[in-house]
Design a protein around this ligand. Structure first.
Ligand SMILES: NC(=O)c1ccc[n+]([C@@H]2O[C@H](COP(=O)([O-])OP(=O)(O)OC[C@H]3O[C@@H](n4cnc5c(N)ncnc54)[C@H](OP(=O)(O)O)[C@@H]3O)[C@@H](O)[C@H]2O)c1
Length: 158
């Protein structure tokens, strides 16, 4: 697939390397896109999707540090790490899920952009941002978010 990455910093550069390793045709560009903040009550994903009229916005690769992602991308089997995905277009999420798998992670659909606040900074109780998850612990999180319950305590892996 042809993949364009805006911003070849730590996160963008790491994903570019992981997808290039998987055989994708990756093009990287420097900065061209402003960074205003969302209003109170709106997630950054919801805000950014509205800024990109006509696009099929999907958010992922944002909850873990670039250094951790570089280390975790080569894990196998049950040790593989979850990359949460949110968005309002099922087809786009399916496409990004395949890229997440190719990059070496387990894609898990967190739901629509309106309810993805636990995916977004800062790291805090009741959020998945900044926390490692494996596939076996992901379903309980998604179930809690979809039913409006607090997400279960963050798992600890040895
Ligand atoms: N680093 C992490 O561990 C981590 C973890 C989770 C989430 N994040 C988030 O991921 C994002 C990138 O972080 P990073 O650590 O990769 O940052 P970084 O290494 O400082 O890289 C930032 C990249 O964004 C580009 N950029 C800056 N301003 C831009 C603009 N207005 N429009 C388009 N591109 C712009 C820069 O391009 P130029 O080089 O041309 O200036 C650079 O390539 C941030 O939102 C950060 O909060 C980072």
């Amino acid at each position: 697939m042809k993949v364009g990455i805006i911003g070849a910093g730590r996160i963008g550069g790491g994903i570019a390397r992981q997808l290039a390793r998987a055989g994708h045709d990756v093009t990287v560009s420097f900065s061209q896109y402003g960074t205003p903040q969302p209003p109170e009550g709106q997630t950054a994903a919801q805000f950014n999707s509205l800024r990109m009229a006509g696009s099929r916005y999907t958010k992922s690769f944002n909850t873990l540090t670039a250094a951790f992602q570089a280390e975790a991308a080569t894990r196998k089997g049950d040790d593989k790490v979850v990359q949460w995905i949110c968005g309002d277009d099922a087809g786009a999420k399916a496409l990004v899920s395949a890229l997440v798998e190719d990059a070496g992670f387990v894609p898990v659909d967190f739901g629509p952009t309106a309810t993805c606040a636990p995916m977004e900074a800062p790291q805090r109780d009741g959020a998945v941002y900044g926390e490692e998850y494996r596939a076996r612990d992901a379903a309980a999180v998604v179930d809690a978010v979809r039913s409006g319950r607090p997400i279960p305590p963050t798992p600890v892996y040895s």
